[in-house]
Design a binder for this molecule. Sequence first.
Ligand SMILES: [Zn+2]
Length: 416
Amino acid sequence: MKKILLAFLILTSSHVLFAQEEETPQEATGKKVYRETYTRINDLVHTQLDIRFDYSKSQAQGKVWITLKPHFYATDSLNLDAKGMDIHSVAIMKGTKTQALKYSYNGNNLFITLDKTYKGEEQYTVYIEYTAKPNDYKTKGSMAITDAKGLYFINPLGTEKNKPTQIWTQGETEATSVWCPTIDKPNQKTTNEFRMTVPSKYVTLSNGRLVNQKTNPDGTRTDTWKMELPHAPYLFFMGVGDFAIVKDSYKGKEVSYYVEKEYAPVARGIFGYTPEMIAYFSRITGVDYPWVKYAQIVGRDYVSGAMENTTSTLHGESAQQDARELLDGNGWESTIAHELFHQWFGDYVTSESWSNLTLNESFANYSEVLWDEYKHGKDAADAQNYNDMLGYLDGGSEKKIWFALIMATRKTCSTM
Ligand SMILES: [Zn+2]
């Protein structure tokens, strides 16, 4: 994830990270809290989702089949994150049939009593029907951002002039569970298959590859996206809208840019370095780009700078620059590098708890410097490094600000 302005990033990043967590007295004072690794009782294996969107209510109707297994000890119960939903039914799959299960729901967690005790590694699949109501879900007021709805309907009724109708999702840190029940923790990984039913005039984007499109008689189309390598639930993504899709490639894998149609002629001017970046990052990490494709999409009214959803990075609308603006240089190039590097650091290798998020963010920030040095030379890399340092000193802690002032004073004194 990346904020647009560095100072803003430092001041707000910790807020973004823990938007969904319960506020403790310590957090209220801004003191450090160590978020230990979440205890694994059950592990996600596969998530299959059928979802259709109700634009009139900004809601989604979901059916999800979640395959899990006990992490180690046998267990007869399952606790899923499922935020602000209406839960219609919970069952376990017995072949193709369902068998209803007992459950209780408190608005944030779904506590399910399984039909028997499952041994370690013994897989089972639960089935849940629900309505996701992101606009009704109230996150706790805290230092954190108040907006962590997970699923965003942009201009859903088409009443706002000059604004397209879009849907996009934002999972980090634990907001995916507003629209898909799951174990919404970074130390869980799952393959997934999402079937999204949308008005047929729109295109869709999700993790993995598009394996099927089916036109329905009611004017909708169902797109099936399949993610065959496991990744953490906070990296799930869905995007829907009237986008142009401009395609490049890297070693036969699709590299695509989803932009509003008027930006199609300049999409390569904004994102065109991406295949070269993938090649460069593959070379310096020694790990060839691990995923099946890489898409980048630009969403309106996004709540941050950009987000590295696996194979499907979402950028804020500032990424869209016209030909005139690009003459002065691409102001989004560093962000493109940052989110791409997360496909390795964050998505492929993932922090096991939010307290270890530096694994994700510091490597992604470092990639901006590496890319600048490779593509534009040492001065550009030094400038990037210097700006990063200023951003670090400028926020997050009074002590750091004092440290910066002391350092500045010493420097002034020593030159006097
Ligand atoms: Zn980031």
